[in-house]
Design a protein around this ligand. Structure first.
Ligand code: GDP
Ligand code: MG
Length: 668
């Protein structure tokens, strides 16, 4: 029968004796290590046609020979050369326990790594990639729970398997130290150093100042020369390092192990640890002073992300539909199609659908950003940070996000209200969302502010944004008292632990919301577009969107109504009508009606508007009605009653505020 000799090495309390007992059962005896009163346990087992002698080494942390136990273990390993050393480690403290394993490997013994205490590892939520660990270290790795006997069979199998020389495992020290090791290897190769030690290990130990090895070397015939070479090298290395060489080498070993453990193990944080980590993040993120700046910075980043990335895509879609409209029109002319059909297709359908689809990149990106903020758990914090402020508006902290999103586009803003649990909060937030100046209003603002207030454009535009916010506060308060007097806001703000958002989840969330916009809003927008096209084309034979067309007549009919606001002419009425399709269409419409390109539009406007009526017109454009896409979305998210209210109140409010501005402004 084949006989092999193995030793169990490991830190104290790693379960060596338990493994030893499980391996050998009752076939064991206890003696003392030669010359000392340290207990030496030996035993036997046979497995797979092998008779295995097992020695339980004293518990040690390293092989430095600082302590008696370490010296016993090291001498045993070097002198009695066991065939296999089973490193029994407490795998729940992987990094610290692997230090000994690294030292065993440096000594070039045949190591089998026994990851013991796997039950504790699992309880801690750690998973260890044993295959990778085995690959990197070049040794077999076995998992055990020794006190339950789990994995002992695997361990036995690994022990009797023909031992493979450990792979070329080596810890690389700093380049300076490596160079020194190489130089010393050359110098000491033929100086009669004891053959039982691997040369590299010996040099490493000498450089570390290992007293026992140094003692041994000194006794050699060429000992003093060797000692001198080593001391000189150490001194010169320490001069360069600026600190102790042994520390440098120990640090390097731990550095290697830290990297190894990070590579080969993963910690799933338990719920308690996740909560604790969340608390620590929250102490910064929801901090009294830092909370709002962090929130604003993140919002700013979100907007940058959405608009910097989305706008070029939107422009692309825009020019595509522009091209498609022209191409379709000329194609239809070639085919001798009637003029109305070509107009329906290019002015109506293509332009209309295009005006909706241009929003898609921004909407998708915005939903992507929201999904990331939500899935990570930050959104709950943002709501928490803004809660006090929002309560002043009669809303919940969570309403803040939809409102701020409304500055980009009211549609995602309205859809983001789904995160609100209370119906009251949802509906109020939806109703006031169109008062947030979305990016489509900006072209109107810049056109008029540029023409009439070129000196203070920025402040004028800012005043419009601010006006929208103030009106939202007022309107929210009023509607709350009218419709939701008795409903109380939930006081609890839940703060789930943070987690890393999953790419898949984020994309699904983005797509779910984005495609809803496409599907449902799309149909209503489409119908709206056709309706406006009809109004602009009928009665048969009129010039598209001229004063004689139905829409022109509506504009004319509207003129007296708009006149108290200072813009009582049919073109303004028509522009506002078209603005329902999408707010930025107001600019293009005015251009068409005045028969000028956008560049010449400013001077044309100067003939019709005064600065005061221009401001009133901008205010009107801000408030008077949500665009078709927003109306469709409100309907989707609520019902016709609330949609009617949203349209109705904004029409009346827009008119009242525009008139007030024109009339009161006129007094000065
Ligand atoms: P030694 O100092 O390395 O010889 O460790 P022992 O074998 O004396 O074990 C130390 C303690 O750990 C004892 O209470 C064992 O019962 C316990 N133990 C050993 N192996 C395991 C294990 O896999 N899981 C757990 N939970 N405890 C273990
Ligand atoms: Mg023990």
């Amino acid at each position: 029968m084949k006989r092999i000799k193995i030793a169990l090495a490991g830190n104290p309390n790693s379960g060596k004796t338990t493994v030893f007992n499980s391996l050998t059962g009752s076939r064991q005896h206890v003696g003392n290590w030669p010359g000392v009163t340290v207990e030496r346990k030996e035993g036997k087992f046979s497995y797979g046609g092998c008779e295995v002698d097992v020695v339980d080494l004293p518990g040690i942390y390293g092989l430095t020979a600082y302590s008696l136990d370490e010296r016993i273990a090291r001498d045993f390993l070097i002198k009695e050369t066991p065939d296999v050393v089973v490193a029994v480690i407490d795998a729940s403290n992987l990094e610290r326990n692997l230090y000994l394993v690294a030292q065993l490997l440096e000594l070039r013994v045949n190591v089998i790594l026994d990851l013991n205490m796997m039950d504790l590892v699992e309880a801690k939520g750690i998973s260890i990639d044993t295959e990778k660990l085995s690959r990197v270290l070049g040794i077999p790795v076995v998992k055990t729970v020794a006190n339950k006997g789990d994995g002992i069979e695997d361990l036995k199998k690994a022990i009797v398997a023909p031992p493979k020389r450990p792979g070329p495992f080596q810890i690389d020290y700093d380049p300076d130290i490596e160079a020194a090791i190489e130089r010393l290897s050359d110098t000491l190769k033929n100086k009669g150093l004891p053959k039982e030690y691997p040369l590299r290990w010996l040099i490493v130990k000498l450089l570390e100042g290992d007293a026992e090895i140094l003692e041994k070397v000194k006794k050699l015939p060429e000992g003093s020369g060797i000692e001198e070479a080593v001391l000189k090298t150490t001194a010169s290395l320490e001069r360069n390092l600026g600190y102790d060489l042994e520390t440098a080498m120990v640090e390097r070993r731990y550095g290697f192990l830290k990297g190894l453990v990070r590579e080969c193990s993963e910690k799933r944080l338990g719920i308690e640890e996740r909560l604790e980590l969340s608390d620590r993040i929250d102490s910064v993120v929801t901090n009294k002073f830092l909370g709002i700046p962090i929130f604003l910075a993140l919002m700013w980043l979100t907007f940058q992300f959405v608009f910097a990335l989305g706008t070029p895509l939107a422009d692309l879609i825009d020019s595509f539909f522009g091209w498609l409209g022209t191409a379709a029109a000329s194609g239809l002319t070639v085919l001798n199609a009637p003029g109305w059909l070509s107009s329906l297709i290019s002015d109506g359908i293509i332009a209309g659908v295009g005006s909706v689809l241009v929003f898609l990149p921004n909407i998708m990106l915005l939903f992507l950003a929201i999904a990331i903020l939500e899935d990570s758990g930050y959104m709950a914090r943002a709501a928490f940070v803004m809660d006090r402020f929002m309560h002043a508006l009669g809303l919940h902290g969570k309403s803040f996000i939809p409102l701020i999103l409304g500055f980009g586009c009211n549609i995602p803003g309205i859809m983001a209200t789904r995160t609100l649990e209370s119906r009251k909060d949802r509906i109020l937030t939806i109703l006031v969302n169109p008062l947030m100046s979305c990016s489509a209003r900006l072209p109107i603002y810049t056109l008029f502010a540029g023409a009439f207030f070129s000196k203070n454009q920025g402040s004028i535009i800012f005043s419009l944004y601010l006006l929208g916010i103030i009106l939202a506060v007022v309107v929210a308060r009023i509607f709350k008292t009218i419709f939701f007097r008795h409903e109380v806001a939930p006081l609890i703000m839940e703060l789930p632990p943070y987690r890393l958002p999953m790419v898949k989840g984020v994309i699904i969330h983005m797509w779910e919301r984005g495609s809803l916009f496409l599907k449902k809003a799309g149909t209503i927008i489409f119908a709206g577009v056709i309706l406006i096209w009809l109004l602009a084309s009928l009665p048969v034979g009129v010039e598209y969107a001229s004063e004689e067309s139905l829409i022109g007549r509506l504009g004319s009919a509207l003129a007296p109504v708009l006149s108290p606001a200072g813009f009582g002419f049919w073109q303004a009425g028509v522009a506002l009508f078209f603005g329902v399709v999408a707010k930025e269409v107001v600019v293009g419409t005015l251009g068409t009606l005045y028969g000028v390109e956008e560049a010449g539009l400013r001077s044309a406007l100067l003939q019709y508007f005064t600065p005061l009526s221009a401001y009133a017109f901008m205010v009107m454009s801000l408030i008077y009605i949500p665009c078709i896409a927003a109306i469709a979305t409100i309907k989707r998210e609520t019902n016709w009653k609330w949609t009617g209210l949203a349209v109705g109140y904004s029409l009346i409010l827009g008119w009242i505020v525009a008139v007030l501005i024109y009339q009161i402004g006129g007094l000065f």
